[in-house]
Design a protein around this ligand. Structure first.
Ligand code: VGL
Ligand code: ZN
Length: 211
């Protein structure tokens, strides 16, 4: 058992309709993490939910570039960008939290990816790696030293959030039974778990959390 410390925070990443099966960028089995997330969140003294929140015509959408192929990679001013289907458009049902997510325990919602020409996988910094989302300031203010991550997708938003958490000096845990991968390209979910472990992220499961 690993008891979350009083200086910990739980971070539920992008549990939105568009990332769940049937959504615009549905992660296979993505909704399966909801019961796990709903159970463990109450073991933490505070919790944050994140929301991918793109304006219409966002530059990460393949549809914003005539002739561009879905899931192809382009270079945008030195930042490598995968072109996604339109997803999590501000104010649409796809951008809403999945109805199966119990939102009551969350005291902060971080929205990211709302700049038209910048994407944001990490919930700490946008993809230019320097524009902060404000989450670090909030956590720091509250004396948080330890973050526990779950949600979607393992190979993008969870991966970059966990890596940034370690870089920022947090002890970072990822609940492997409460994450699912897009797997674009194939195998990127497995690769992400390896990268996180190599960076010092502690991979664990919800069964380690008491209660
Ligand atoms: C995500 C792709 C595009 C994620 C967000 O939440 O992992 N993936 N936008
Ligand atoms: Zn996105």
């Amino acid at each position: 058992m690993i008891r979350p410390s009083p200086r910990s925070a739980f971070i539920a990443v992008d549990l939105q309709n568009d990332f769940c099966p049937g959504g615009a960028l549905g992660v296979p089995d993505g909704d399966a993490v909801l019961p796990v997330v709903n159970r463990v969140v109450r073991s933490f003294p505070r919790a944050v939910a994140t929301q991918d929140w793109h304006p219409r015509g966002h530059f990460s959408f393949a549809s914003s570039r005539p002739g561009a192929k879905l899931y192809s990679t382009v270079d945008a001013e030195g930042i490598s960008q995968i072109l996604w289907p339109d997803h999590c458009v501000q104010g649409t049902p796809g951008a809403a939290f999945h109805p199966g997510l119990d939102l009551e325990p969350y005291s902060l919602i971080i929205r990211k990816g709302f700049r038209p020409d910048l994407d944001s996988y990490s919930t700490f910094f946008e993809n230019d790696r320097k524009t902060p989302t404000g989450l670090h300031g909030w956590l720091h203010d509250l004396g948080v030293k330890e973050v526990w991550l779950a949600g979607l997708a393992t190979d993008f938003c969870v991966l970059y959030s966990a890596l940034d958490a370690v870089c920022l000096g947090y002890t970072a845990y990822v609940l492997t039974d409460a994450v699912r991968a897009v797997n674009v390209p194939e195998g990127s979910g497995e690769q992400a778990l390896k990268s996180m472990a190599a960076a010092g992220v502690r991979l664990t499961t919800s069964s380690e959390i008491p209660g």
